[in-house]
Design a binder for this molecule. Structure first.
Ligand SMILES: [Cu+2]
Ligand SMILES: [Zn+2]
Length: 213
């Protein structure tokens, strides 16, 4: 196409065509503008887990022959303890508590600390009045010195808020029965077995927003 013919063609477009070109250019500029920045994602929530089971393997302490294993599972209103403790006095009774520290390392299990007591209550009977959250009924041994445990400890959790969570604390068996009255521990004597409550089955709970990293 010659210069002459291009010039004549541009003249033939007229003002209307020039306006169309301007609009087209303006629209192209609009469509190529960057999209607005997306809103920042919400902060990821704290990780949560659903604890299905924990176990405490009770090893002898204070030179005793007492040992056992307790499986702990969440139930409505508390935690169920199921298992056996052996090596107890035949047909005897023995104090049994959740203690506040999951540390059974000392020979007399003194490392497990006091009874789990997040609400500042006196020691007592879990069935009949004020008591530590970790207070349990005495173990009752059979003629072979074996106590079968199947009890629900109320108002505690596995993996719940720190003031209810017994995971990572210790189960302790004593040489003597708990009188459910004497302070601070029911006069139940030496600690003859101790086991840390360890989570064995758990799974993440779904969160409101997917993790961003
Ligand atoms: Cu105790
Ligand atoms: Zn107590």
């Amino acid at each position: 196409m010659s210069a002459m013919s291009l010039e004549s063609q541009m003249k033939s477009w007229g003002p209307a065509s020039a306006l169309s070109m301007l609009i087209a250019v303006a629209m192209a500029a609009c469509s190529s503008a960057p999209p607005p920045a997306p809103a920042p994602p919400p902060a990821p929530p704290a990780p949560r887990v659903d604890v299905r089971e924990a176990q405490a393997v009770l090893a002898s302490a204070s030179g005793s022959l007492v040992s056992g294993k307790i499986v702990l599972t969440p139930v409505p209103g508390g935690v169920r303890l199921l298992g056996e403790v052996g090596g107890l006095p035949k047909s005897g009774r023995a104090g049994f508590h959740v203690h506040e520290r999951g540390d059974c390392s000392s020979v007399d299990a003194g490392s497990a600390g006091a009874h789990f007591n997040p609400t500042g209550q006196p020691h007592g009977n879990a069935k009949t009045g004020p008591h530590h959250a970790g207070d349990l009924d005495n173990l009752i041994a059979d003629l072979d010195g074996v106590a079968r445990v199947d009890v629900v400890l109320r108002d505690v959790s596995l993996g719940g808020p720190p003031n209810t969570d017994i995971a990572g604390r210790a189960l302790v068996v004593h040489a003597a029965p708990d009188d459910y009255r004497s302070q601070p521990a029911g006069n139940s004597g030496a600690r003859v077995a101790c086991g840390v409550i360890r989570i064995t089955h758990q799974q993440p709970l779904p969160t409101a927003a997917p993790a961003t990293r």
